[in-house]
Ligand binder design. Structure first.
Ligand code: NAD
Ligand code: ZN
Length: 268
């Protein structure tokens, strides 16, 4: 374990090992969780909620059975969350990930986040394991649609809002995100696994490693022979030999780490 700053027992040791691993890598996967967007003002599930949301656990709100019982509550929750995302700006960590590809290495982004902050600074082909707040899905016929910002009311915190209806079957629209108890989109998951198994280094940023099966991704990378670099404000490593832990804020650690990675000598 190593503080990414200068005040730990072995200053810079894991930072040096991490930059060496990245410098020698041809294919890097960035695997992000809610912590990468925390400094953009989007709450993680570890942050205490306020107002009426403090009475609800996201793990209960984000289920099909709660939507069946109280669709207005669940839709209000998602509009409130989406409004947070619309108002948020990508931060230095999202930018650093996007710019890493400019060193001439293949960089793939896999995220558990339902926001679009990676894309808004230019990352392309981002795999969203848990879906996206930008799109909707019919609860009845599963037809996909978009959620144009101008068509959406700006909810007050805790507002009960009737979900819009599907243009095909009049079913209620739900956000196109993966709810607790639901499977991940299989195509996205398969693509993610293929990338993870073929990468040289996986950087796992701002994830608690609690929500499965996404939480298995760092382990899968390790067992496929990759080096795993964790970037988190807390120690989340499991002390495997090829695991490095950089403790600090994503917006500080990632730019500092990537500044140590030279351009690749040959295009990968
Ligand atoms: P989590 O809330 O369980 O954990 C967040 C992690 O980020 C923690 O380990 C925390 O120590 C770390 N962290 C907090 N601030 C950080 C910072 N500035 N720099 C680096 N690390 C920081 O998040 P999770 O593991 O992604 O899993 C929760 C689920 O919640 C996911 O399925 C995700 O879809 C959903 N979620 C998404 C968003 C979003 O899209 N932005 C926000 C909240 C929750
Ligand atoms: Zn429908």
């Amino acid at each position: 374990m190593n503080q990414a700053g200068e005040n730990s027992g072995a200053p810079g040791a894991d930072l040096k090992r991490a930059s060496d691993a990245l410098s020698n890598a041809g294919h890097i996967v960035c695997f992000s969780g809610a912590g990468i967007s925390a400094e953009s003002g989007i709450a993680t599930y570890r942050d205490p909620l306020t107002g009426i949301w403090a009475q609800h656990d996201p793990r209960t709100l984000e289920t099909a059975s709660t939507f069946r019982k109280n669709p207005q509550l669940v839709w209000g929750w998602y509009l409130w969350r989406r409004q947070q995302v619309v108002n948020a700006q990508p931060n230095a960590a999202h930018l650093a990930v996007s710019q890493l590809a400019a060193t001439g290495r293949k960089v793939s982004v896999i995220t558990q986040n339902v926001d679009d902050l990676h894309e808004r600074v230019g990352s392309v082909g981002v795999l969203h394991l848990h879906g996206s707040l930008s799109t909707s899905k019919c609860f009845a016929c599963h037809r996909l649609g978009t959620l144009p910002e101008h068509q959406m009311p700006i909810p007050s915190e805790g507002a009960l809002i009737e979900p819009p209806r599907c243009g095909r079957c009049s079913g209620k629209l739900r956000p196109n995100v993966v709810w607790y108890g639901e499977d991940l989109p299989s195509g996205v998951w398969k693509s993610a696994i293929a990338l993870v198994k073929s990468c040289d280094v996986l950087i796992s940023v701002g994830t608690s490693g609690i929500v499965t099966p996404a939480a298995d991704i760092p382990w899968l990378a390790l067992s496929s022979g990759a080096t795993v670099i964790h970037v988190n404000t807390e120690d989340v490593s499991t002390a495997e030999p090829n695991e490095l832990m950089l403790i600090g804020k994503a917006t500080e650690v990632l730019p500092k780490l990537f500044a140590l990675v030279p351009r690749a000598e040959q295009p990968q």
